[in-house]
Design a protein around this ligand. Structure first.
Ligand SMILES: [Mn+2]
Length: 355
């Protein structure tokens, strides 16, 4: 049988932003649920971080998520197995108090919440489900992983040495040694898709931060018979970078003409390479406002003295820019400095790790 796998949906992300919530829900309504119907898939496993906020819930977020996503599982007759992720738990040392249980309990017949490791039987195929590991369930989870007879594990793991974001390896967390004996391990938690040894971090289904701008997002379908893992690309994206250069009038006019509804309710970063004809630039911005872009940030470099090779590629994400700059420095302990910058950057994103 085929099972769809999702993870890190983070409903309520970015301070319960309504624009992002609509973006997330539109993925479910326009892509995910129709796909399940077209492909006769009636089982979904969610690998944790269903909601974004650990301590409380915004009622608008709850209302929309419940009525348009959670209840849809009921009406479509689709089983949802959801693991508790670190963002779903109130305390850091136990999974016992979690948003999912509070919201789902006795309300939905098709949604099952897992706060402890458990084996799930799917048509004779067994999967070991492993929710967020904390000090309370650590020993039990290790016993589970040492004795579990399933060949596939799905969980919400924080693994040392795996990519926390593109090009950045997580320093800390647990060793992957206890997972080595399995044929395949699928995990949520880190938001970029990456693969190492037998572990695959699936990545989020949609773009949540600007760092995702160049990432193809999507969800996965696992076949319990062939053990194939199929990637289904998300057709939509949230973040765009557009380079503006009016050296050639013709090309800037065609750029302006190309702005359309695709950018409605999206985040757009305009990187100005050359701006000499202000009326054209104004017309370009005007067109972006006209199609209701949700957020426009314009990045300009006013310093004409800067040599070409020193120019930053502002279309890149922050951490890549920091790393590139550091690599150009001499006589420093590069790894140590990168580690400090990475820690600083991640602290700045959130006081509770942004995964
Ligand atoms: Mn997460």
């Amino acid at each position: 049988m085929k099972v769809a796998i999702i993870n890190d949906t983070h409903f309520g992300a970015r301070n319960d932003s309504p624009v992002f919530l609509d973006h997330f829900i539109s993925f479910f309504e326009n892509q995910f649920f129709p796909y399940l119907k077209d492909n006769n898939i009636d089982t979904v496993i969610h690998l944790g971080d269903f909601f974004d906020r650990r301590k409380f819930i915004n009622f608008n977020t709850l209302n929309k998520t419940r009525s348009r996503v959670m209840e849809r599982f009921e009406t479509e007759g689709i089983d949802l197995h959801v693991l508790v992720g670190n963002h779903d738990t109130y305390y850091k040392n136990t999974n016992k108090i979690n948003s999912l249980k509070e919201i789902v309990k006795d309300r939905y017949s098709k949604i099952t919440v897992y706060e402890d490791p458990q084996v799930l039987e799917l048509d004779g195929f067994c999967v070991g489900l492993v929710p967020w590991i904390n000090s309370e369930n650590h020993d039990f989870t290790m016993d589970f992983l040492n004795t579990c007879k399933c060949s596939v594990i799905m969980g919400h793991f924080e693994l040392n040495g795996y990519e926390v974001m593109k090009g950045v390896k997580f320093d800390g967390g647990m060793s992957d040694k206890c997972l080595r004996r399995f044929e395949m391990v699928l995990s949520g938690h880190f938001h970029g898709k990456s693969e190492k040894n037998n572990v695959i971090y699936l990545g989020t289904q949609y773009q949540i931060t600007f760092g995702d701008v160049h990432e193809q997002k999507g969800f996965h379908v696992f076949d319990t018979e062939t053990r194939d893992l199929e990637f289904v690309a998300n057709q939509d994206q949230m973040f765009y970078t557009i380079e503006y250069n009016d050296t050639d009038e013709k090309s800037v006019k065609s750029l302006i003409n190309s702005v359309n509804e695709t950018l409605s309710d999206k985040y757009v970063k305009v990187v100005v390479l050359n701006k000499n004809k202000h009326h054209l630039f104004d017309a370009f911005l005007e067109k972006l406002y006209e199609v209701n872009v949700s957020d426009i940030s314009v990045i300009e470099d006013f310093n004409d003295e800067v040599q070409d090779e020193e120019k930053l590629d502002l279309a890149q994400d922050t951490l890549t820019i920091i790393n590139t700059e550091l690599e150009n420095l001499e006589d420093i302990d590069l790894d140590e400095l990168k580690r400090i910058m990475r820690t600083l950057y991640m602290e700045s994103l959130s006081n509770d790790r942004d995964s």
